[in-house]
Structures are given as C-alpha cells and as structure tokens.
Write a protein that binds this ligand. Structure first.
Ligand SMILES: [Zn+2]
Ligand SMILES: [Zn+2]
Length: 762
C-alpha cells in the first residue's frame, strides 16, 4: 500500500540513512542520523491512505554507518506479506485524468502509489510488477523514470502506465442494431453514445465486468431485467458524485463518508420519495444501492470530453454474470457468456487475475455494516488478540466465503457467491489456492458446516477422506455466533442470538431462530422459535405464501384453519385445491421438513400481510416486509402481538398468538404497514425478553447477534437499543457480514481455539 516508499520519503526528508524491509515479523526499519528520534511520530502522522499500524516496537541500536536510505526487497523466507485490496482512483490522479494538459489526459489506466488495482491483478507475492498482470507491459522511459524516482508520486507504483506503454480499451459492438454507433476510433465516446441510446454495455472493471445501462431509461432497465432473468432483485447504481446521489436518496454525513471512501463500496441508502428514478431499479425496496465511480474508466463514462458536466446522473452497474454464476472477468469469457445480455462490450487488455465483486454496506447508527465484503476490503486480514494454528473454515452455501488463519491473522476471502454450481466451486478453489500461497497458510484441519447437501461440506469431507486434513463439523448458527466472538475478541461465554433463514441442526431439522449459550469450546441451545413444516421444502422458500399456510395451520390448532385462510385472502388468491394439497403434505416429513428459521417467519408474515407472496431472490419477502413499514415517527406506539414460551429449557417460543393476532388485524383490514410494524415490535420484544431470561438464569451479560435477519435495520436497531437499555453488552459482526458470509470465520475460530487448547483432537 505504498508503505515502503512512504518510509523512504520520510527518512530522506529527515536526512536519515538506513533501510526498510518486509519480514515475516512485519516491517523492519532502521534509521540513523540526527533526526532519528522524530522518525516514529513522523511515520505515524504520514501514513499512506490504506496503511494502518498495528503496533510499533522501537529500540536503540549502535550506529552502523549507513551512507544512504534503501528499500531492501521483501525477503521470501518463512513469513508472508499482506496483499492490499483494490482501491479507487485518488484525487491527484483524477485531476490529471481530466486535465487536457496532462500526458495521461483521459487515459483509463492512470494510477499511482496511493491508488489503483492491487489484489485483482496480483498473481503472487511479493507485490512487484513482474508478479502482476501488468508484467506484459514494459514501461516507457518516462513511466520508468517516475517509477524509480523516490520523490515522484508514482515511485514503485507497480501498475504504473501511460497511453504510450500501458493497457488500452476497445469496444466490441455485438448487436447489429447498434453497429453504426461511433467511428471505431473512440471506444469510450461510442460507449457513452450506446448507453444514451438505451443499449446495455458490459464494462470491464477492476474485479470483473459490470452490465451497465442508463438508469433514467426505463426501457433499458426493464430490458436488462428481462435479459438477466432477474425479476425483482435490486440493481446497483453509479452516480458521478454525492450531490447527484442526494437527489435520489437521503444521504447522512456518515453515509457520505463511506460513499467517498477509497474502497468505494455500494452503500444502501433510503430512497427519496418522487426522486424520478424508475421503480424497476429496486422494486418493493425502501433502499437503493449507490456507489461512486472507482476506476478512471468509470469516471470517463461520466466526464469524457466534458469535465464539467456529467453525461449521466446515474447508470445501472450490476454484476456481469448469469444469474448465480460468478462475475465474469476475461474478455473472451465475457463476450461468450454475456452474449445476449450485452449489446456491446467495453474491453481492455489488463487482465483480471482475481475475481472481486463490488462490496455492499449499510450505515447504521454511525457503523458500517457489511452485506457483502469483497472489492476494496478483501483480502485484508482481521486480527485476533493471539496466535492460532493454521486452519481453514470452508463456509456454508449461500453468499459463501472461506477463512484461513495465519498467526494472529484471519483472512476471510472475498464474497464467492452461492455454491450451487461448478463455476462457483472452481472460483472457490482458485481463490483458496491463491490466498493459501500468498499467506503461506498450510491448514492441517478444516471446519465445515453440518449440512450434508452443501458443496463446501462435500469438498471438505473429500479432503478429509483423502487424508489431506483433519476435520470438525460445526453447527451453522454456532459458527455465526463464533464469528462475532472472533471479531470482538470475546473469550468468555456469550448469549448468541442467531436468526437467519436456514441452517442444518443437530436434530436433523432446519434451525434458524436460535438462542445459544456458548464459548469457543461448546454451545447449548437455550431457546428457539417453534418448528413448523415447510410444505414442499425448497419450493416453500420460493413460494413463501406456503409458509404462511403452515403458520396458520399451527395457529388454528384444532380450530378451523379455513377461517384464517379466508381472513388472509388465501383461499380466494390461491384456490382451495392448492391449499388442500399443502395441508395434506404438511405432516409428511419427506416433503415437508421442519424449520424454526426466523427468516421463514418473516417470509410468512410478508405473505400474510399481502406484501410479498413469492420470492424471486433470497430475502425478498423480508426486504419487502421491512420496506412496508410506515415512515419513521409515523406510528410509534402501535403495540405488539402475543407469543408464548414453553416451560423448560430449551425454551420453545410459540408464535400462534402472533399469527392469530395478524389474522384478526387482516379481518379488521388494518394496513399492511401497521401489521409490519406490530410484527417488528413483537420480534424485537421476543429477542429482548428471551435474552434477559437466559441472562438472569446463566449470569451472562454479553450478547452476540448474527444471522441474515439482522440485515434488517429496524430489527437490529430495536434489539441493540433494548438490550443496551437493560444493561447488556451487545456485540455484532463488524468487518464481515452477519449473513452466511461470516460462517467461515466462526468455523475457523472454533477449530483454531480447540486445536490450540489441544481439545477435541479431530
Ligand atoms: Zn492515484
Ligand atoms: Zn508509459
């Protein structure tokens, strides 16, 4: 991250001699000269943008008589060097990019020591040009001079390039309809014209391709939905600056800071009513995901030929992939796999070595919470308080990641995606191979999810059976809570609230409304939501109204379920025959597995309230349910529904009172927003009451919250506020998502801590 050049320049400014080098123990700097005493504070105050100092140990040494200050190349022996994440173009480079007098005017690959691609172009460490995909571009004399000049801001900038010697862009128009756009000589101008005309353009970025279209062109947005076969899942947007984003969304100062951050994540922002953007960008969603441009090429799509005024207010920039496959990275791969999706391809010849999707975050109460951790953040290490043996956490299934440990560092991979196809498994294996090599991690053991159907579990079990590693199965929700413990360096017992959609339970049922008491060495299931059948299994998750039928049947007990079904309008909507069939298969465990997933409760209530009956992507019904809430402050004290708790531990939380209450509200024709509000109030109350009960029975004051349900801002805020007010210390996932993207870290943590304590030899 430009650390050694920074040290070099500081030392030279202070007229100090000596050297700087990377070793397995960290960076070693020796400085000699009159001003040596001021070096440490100068270093602390003069760090490059992405560098952070974990600790400094300084001591005096006898003079060695150095005659200059040198950067000694990284030693290969034993240790590892961190790989920096990819970072957005910096302000200095941006200024040059748009300056007609600069030799890199409008050059899409401008970068410097402080900015540009890193992880995505690094084939192996140390991070030097020959080890990157820039190795095929010999620097011209001018670039080489900059690269070797310690006073130049491109000193040791590995991807340094210019129009004379570096990569170039090229436009490939595939759709006959647009063949005559542009003159072939000016690919960026032609790409802008194509977007203006409503075309979908695949644009090669840092870690993969985006599919782009003009966000103000409703026909283009709809066409992209149709071609990507993506019915409702929100598209991400890119705008030229924060002022423009503010026209579409409410942007707080905290959110603005995250948008402007050089890591450039997509930030979920509250939609502004009547902003003028088409609803089809993010249907039934109170949030829009916005990011600022992060490559010079993105900036040129907005400002090419006219630095003062942007060509577009917003463009859709969604991952260039086929539904659930990994994001496309290679030129030929893109043209082949995205054929039929894109009308044209804006390509370039700087290869992407590592795939990295855009990161997605939300800002809540001043904290940045991850939905997806990838570009700009991965593969930055998370540090523990103490060392661990080398282990691997293989993760779960959806939104998967893996985690490897090295010393006191855990490296959680970038978002790999849903492990449902071989392309994703290949991406998983390639990334694992690369990060293991970079961090010199040689795991002797692997922790895996208990679900026998998960691809990552099958992969881990295969390695174990081949005798390559030892193994430990870790229950899904326990891993969620362990991830929070790992990130917050908690060693004592916590009450873990793991609320998500699905995770395989020790009893063979699907868990997900869990209250655990645990530490790294074991867990107890203290309470959970009551089980209900999922009629038709996976198809009930897609057709979430079926789960509502299941809850209604449970609530009706021996009473008349058809009365409830009529109150909810289900008989009219879905027909008696279909409902009869569901009721008939409800008790057949072969087709209707039992689940206590909280996510399934959100699915059911979303359908009951008439908000969302079918989910075209994971979490859609819950997102729509939260989005239906009345505007803040509209109805503060709206009340809660009833619920029950069984007599002894593990406590079972009965939801029939709530479901009956909702049915009664439906009969009274209460608005969906009010039902959503009462539901949110109730689940918040359930969590607070249950945690307080477990706390007083076990004498534990620390609570860890995890699981995809806590992506719901209303739930998270309500629970955190309520528990804190009752004197509990509440911990959440900080640097990784609370969804299944955190499972790998929890697995690695449990396995590492047990190996370290020489417990459970596995
Ligand atoms: Zn720069
Ligand atoms: Zn050059």
């Amino acid at each position: 991250m430009g650390f050694r050049p920074t040290v070099y320049n500081l030392a030279r400014n202070l007229r100090l001699n000596g050297y700087v080098t990377n070793t397995s123990d960290g960076v070693i700097i020796e400085v000699e000269g009159a001003a040596a005493g001021g070096f440490e504070s100068a270093l602390r105050n003069g760090l490059p943008p992405l560098a952070r100092i974990e600790s400094i140990a300084a001591h005096e040494a006898p003079p060695a008589g150095y005659t200059e200050f040198r950067i000694i190349e990284s030693s290969e022996a034993g240790g590892f060097t961190h790989v920096s994440p990819d970072i957005s173009v910096c302000d200095d480079c941006l200024k040059e990019l748009l300056d007609p007098a600069d030799r890199r005017y409008q050059y899409p690959f401008i970068n410097c020591t402080n900015c540009g691609p890193r992880y995505s172009i690094t084939k192996k460490v140390p991070y030097d040009r020959p080890n990157t995909t820039m190795s095929v571009f010999p620097m011209c004399p001018q670039c080489a001079a900059e690269y070797h000049d310690p006073s130049n801001r491109r000193f040791h900038a590995q991807p340094n390039a210019c129009p004379e010697c570096g990569p170039q862009v090229k436009l490939k128009i595939e759709n006959e309809k647009f063949k005559n756009v542009g003159n072939g000589a000016d690919p960026i101008a032609a790409a802008i014209e194509l977007l203006r005309k409503g075309a979908i353009v695949a644009v090669k970025g840092i870690g993969g391709f985006h599919l782009c279209c003009d966000a103000s062109n409703e026909a283009a947005v709809r066409l992209l939905r149709e071609r990507k076969m993506r019915r409702n899942k929100a598209f991400a947007l890119m705008s030229p600056d924060v002022e423009t984003i503010r026209r579409f969304c409410i942007v707080s100062p905290d959110e603005e800071a995250v948008l402007r951050d050089m890591r450039r994540p997509i930030v979920l922002l509250r939609k502004r009513a009547g902003s003028g953007l088409t609803e089809s960008i993010a249907p039934k969603n109170r949030y829009l995901g916005f990011m600022l441009p992060y490559t010079p090429l993105h900036y040129l799509l907005f400002y090419y030929g006219q630095a003062g005024k942007a060509h577009f207010d917003a463009i859709v920039a969604t991952s260039g992939n086929l539904s659930e496959e990994p994001i496309v990275t290679g030129n030929e791969e893109a043209v082949e796999r995205l054929a039929g999706l894109a009308d044209a391809f804006l390509l370039h010849n700087r290869d992407i070595f590592m795939r990295v999707d855009d990161s997605v975050v939300r800002v809540s109460d001043g904290k940045t919470l991850f939905i997806r951790r990838s570009r700009g953040y991965a593969p930055e290490a998370i540090t523990f308080d103490d060392d661990m043996p080398d282990v691997l956490g293989s993760g779960a299934e959806v939104k998967n990641t893996f985690a490897i440990t090295k010393g006191n560092a855990v490296i959680v991979s970038q978002h790999i995606g849903d492990m449902e196809n071989l392309e994703t498994l290949r991406f998983y294996e390639e990334t694992l191979e690369n990060l293991r090599q970079v961090y010199r991690c040689d795991p002797a053991a692997v922790a895996y999810d208990l679900h026998p159907g998960y691809l990552a579990t099958a992969w881990a079990l295969e390695k174990i059976s081949e005798g390559k590693m030892k193994g430990l199965g870790v229950q899904h929700h326990y891993a969620h809570i362990a991830a929070v413990m790992a990130e917050n360096n908690i060693r004592d017992k916590v009450i873990g609230v793991a609320w998500d959609g699905t995770g395989y339970g020790e009893d063979g049922n699907l868990w997900g409304g869990e209250f655990l008491v645990c530490d790294a060495y074991g867990y107890e299931r203290a309470a959970h939501l009551s089980y209900i059948p999922l009629p038709g299994g996976a198809s009930a998750i897609r057709e979430n109204w079926r789960i509502a039928v299941s809850y209604l049947k449970q609530a009706a007990g021996s009473g008349d379920v058809y009365q409830y079904l009529a109150d909810a309008g289900f008989v009219q909507r879905f027909g008696k025959n279909k409902i009869d069939l569901l009721l008939r298969i409800m008790d057949d465990r072969a087709v209707s597995p039992l689940s206590c997933g909280a996510g399934r409760l959100f699915d059911a209530v979303s359908a009951l309230a008439g908000i969302c009956y079918e989910s075209t992507y994971e979490g859609e019904a819950a997102v729509a349910l939260e989005s239906a809430l009345p505007e803040e402050g509209a109805v503060l004290d709206s009340g809660t529904y009833n619920y029950g708790v069984s007599g002894s531990a593990p406590y079972v939380i009965g939801l029939s009172g709530m479901i009956s209450g909702i049915a009664a509200d439906l009969k009274k024709a209460e608005p969906a927003g009010i039902i959503s509000l009462r539901f949110h109030n109730t689940v918040i109350k359930i969590i607070i009451d249950m945690v307080c009960r477990i706390s007083s029975e076990n004498g534990i004051g620390k609570v860890a919250l995890s699981g995809g349900c806590f992506q719901n801002a209303t739930l998270l805020h309500g629970v955190m506020e309520g528990l804190s007010a009752r004197g509990m210390r509440v911990f959440i996932n900080k640097e990784i998502p609370c969804n299944d993207g955190c499972v790998s870290l929890g697995q690695a943590y449990i396995l590492g801590m047990r190996l370290k304590a020489q417990l459970n030899p596995v």
